[in-house]
Design a protein around this ligand. Structure first.
Ligand code: HEM
Ligand SMILES: *[C@@H]1O[C@H](CO)[C@@H](O)[C@H](O)[C@H]1NC(C)=O
Ligand SMILES: *[C@@H]1O[C@H](CO)[C@@H](O)[C@H](O)[C@H]1NC(C)=O
Ligand SMILES: *[C@@H]1O[C@H](CO)[C@@H](O)[C@H](O)[C@H]1NC(C)=O
Length: 538
């Protein structure tokens, strides 16, 4: 803790120095420059001295495996900028070293980078690796207030246990009507772009999913004409961009450079907005929620007042002193941030894949015609399970385009496995994106899109950690079931109403890791109507 605080003051000082220098840029004399230079040299010497013991200890560790060294203090970080090369650079070392584990110095510390199945299994199921990588997640931790995604140890355990109960199957089933409304909203928005040639759809998708995340978390529907909406979208987009830059900067211990005045303003804006919603909710709830009665007449109960909705549960935890007010605020923001970007990226990826593979799209459309008829568009959870081909398509997209391409953990104790000593504090990086494309696991065509990879006969013989889009173990994605259901409802509506095409070629896709997966160039999609009238899934 003390170390972290010191770090902050050094960081703050540097930042002030940095900005001062910018202001006075024109008048900095040669003399001034020399003083700054000397200061830098002294600072570096101190840093070297402080880091030396850690580093020499780490060097013994990294001699156990092939190691990407790079330059002192920078490691291979300079290769990772621009960010769009990140995934490809990480992959290149697996090929170069012919090993599924290696160490990489990124900034002044080594990371264990692994796509080794047994190693991943050990890490994701061991309670010695339950904490997230401090370095990799520090930018997220700063942008989204401490919540489930980043919080460590006992605090995580306490909150996760409570929050587990808000993501049960029973709750998610109740969200289906909201997902259907969201699907309809998305269909109407995309419909406005029919006949406009190839258009950008990602922003439209994100808008819809933020609406839905707001509704399932806070019980407020934004798409009924709320002015704050666009500002929030811009805010979240901006924060995500800063977080992505911040993540790479923090490996070099200069994450503070991304904390611009606009960053702080946006962070505050989002916080204030959520806080207002929480307060409104609390006032509105007074006297209206009786959690014991909800299930009795669940047909008539408005889902927004439902005790199962995240915010109402969280407020309930607060009433029982299980949550502090800050927990309610922090976890609400975490759940919104965790759900809206991942799911919208995934839907966008699915649409791109379908547009690039017309035969698969057609097969999917035919499946929907088999299961639901135009006369009766009513669909329940039970029927969602019948869409077996849709299931393959979603799984295959999560394989090739996992919305979270890399996860990171940290050793909380010294550990030895497979003969490798991993000391306390070691940062571990698991690039899911690369794991999912290992040709020895997925065949020589591992890089191409083929839903048949998930046919039962191909599926059964795979290692349990060969496919981990939602991570594994007790710190897996809390929203995986939510995601599975919402993706199906959305896709059903989209496929029934539209046909997607694109001139963008699969071979030209370049992926980048911006916490969420991003396309360096985002393919535009052409949207055609299937029928004269839009179909609504009921
Ligand atoms: C396709 C959609 C999604 C994908 C691919 C995905 C993937 C993941 C992955 C890989 C993790 C582990 C992250 C890590 O180890 O750092 C994670 C964690 C998490 N996800 Fe998701 N997620 C998705 C949707 C959602 C949704 C819909 C929600 C909320 C409703 C959500 C909330 C969270 C939270 C709160 C965590 C942190 C859990 C913890 O540390 O205890 N995610 N997700
Ligand atoms: C909530 O987040 C803020 C900002 O990151 C942090 O200072 C505070 O400790 C967090 N509170 C709780 C209870 O997690
Ligand atoms: C939360 O639920 C999952 C299964 O849904 C379980 O594996 C995990 O142990 C639970 N976590 C806690 C902290 O209770
Ligand atoms: C429509 O389908 C649903 C689900 O299969 C069924 O419960 C319902 O009775 C059907 N309604 C009509 C009018 O056929």
């Amino acid at each position: 803790m003390i170390y972290a605080d010191n770090n902050l003051t050094v960081a703050e000082t540097l930042r002030i120095l940095f900005f001062e220098m910018q202001v006075k840029e024109n008048v900095v004399s040669f003399q001034g420059f020399k003083i700054v230079l000397y200061l830098c040299v002294i600072l570096c010497l101190i840093l070297i001295y402080v880091k030396y013991f850690k580093r020499s200890r780490y060097h013994i560790i990294t001699s156990q495996l092939p190691t990407a060294r790079g330059f002192p203090f920078l490691g291979i970080a300079y290769k990772l900028i621009p960010m769009k090369k990140f995934l490809y650079i990480l992959e290149s070392y697996f090929i170069k070293f012919k090993s599924w584990n290696y160490f990489a110095w990124i900034g002044p510390q080594p990371f264990l980078v692994t796509v080794d199945l047994d190693m991943i299994k050990e890490i994701l199921t061991s309670n010695r690796f339950l904490d997230k990588s401090t370095t990799m997640y520090s930018a997220i931790d700063n942008a989204i207030p401490k919540g489930l995604i980043t919080s460590p140890g006992e605090k995580w355990k306490h909150n996760r246990k409570l929050m587990n109960s808000t993501f049960t199957h029973k709750t998610i089933i109740k969200f289906i009507p909201i997902f259907k409304d969201g699907a309809q909203a998305l269909v109407e928005r995309l419909n406005d772009n029919v006949g406009n040639g190839e258009c950008e759809v990602f922003e439209i998708i994100k808008r819809t999913f933020l609406d839905m995340a707001m509704e399932t978390t806070m019980g407020v529907g934004l798409y009924k004409g709320n002015d704050n909406h666009n500002e929030m979208i811009r805010g979240f987009n901006y924060m995500l961009k800063q977080v992505a830059n911040g993540a790479i900067f923090s490996t070099l211990k200069v994450g503070f450079l991304t904390y611009t005045p606009r960053y702080y303003k946006t962070k505050q804006l989002i916080k204030d907005y959520i806080e207002t919603l929480i307060e409104d909710k609390r006032k509105a709830n007074d006297g209206t929620i009786d959690s014991k009665n909800v299930n009795v007449k669940s047909e008539e109960v408005d889902i927004r007042k439902d005790a199962d909705i995240f915010i109402n549960r969280a407020l309930n935890f607060q009433d029982q002193s299980l949550f502090q007010h800050a927990d309610v605020l922090n976890e609400t923001q975490t759940v919104i941030a965790g759900s809206f970007d991942t799911v919208s990226t995934q839907i966008y990826s699915i649409l791109i894949m379908l547009a690039m593979h017309p035969n698969i799209q057609q097969k999917l459309f035919e499946e929907t015609e088999e299961i639901i008829s135009v006369e009766n568009m009513s669909i329940e959870y039970e029927q969602l399970k019948q869409f077996s081909y849709m299931d393959l398509v979603i799984k295959e997209t999560l394989r090739l385009m996992p919305s979270i391409p890399i996860i990171g953990r940290e050793a909380v104790k010294d550990v030895t496995f497979n003969g490798i000593n991993v000391p306390k504090g070691m940062q571990v990086m698991i690039p899911i994106f690369i794991l999912h494309r290992r040709t020895d696991l997925w065949g020589p065509l591992a890089h191409s899109f083929n839903p048949d990879n998930f046919l039962p006969e191909n599926n059964c013989k795979r290692h349990p950690c060969a496919y981990i889009p939602f991570s594994k173990g007790s710190r897996n994605c809390i929203g995986w079931h939510y995601a599975e259901v919402v993706l199906r409802v959305m896709l059903l509506s989209l496929i029934r109403n539209f046909k997607f095409t694109t001139s963008f070629r699969y071979e030209d896709l370049i992926f980048s890791d911006h916490i969420s997966l991003r396309y360096v160039e985002e393919p535009k999609l052409q949207i055609c109507r299937r029928n004269e009238f839009l179909e609504r899934i009921n």
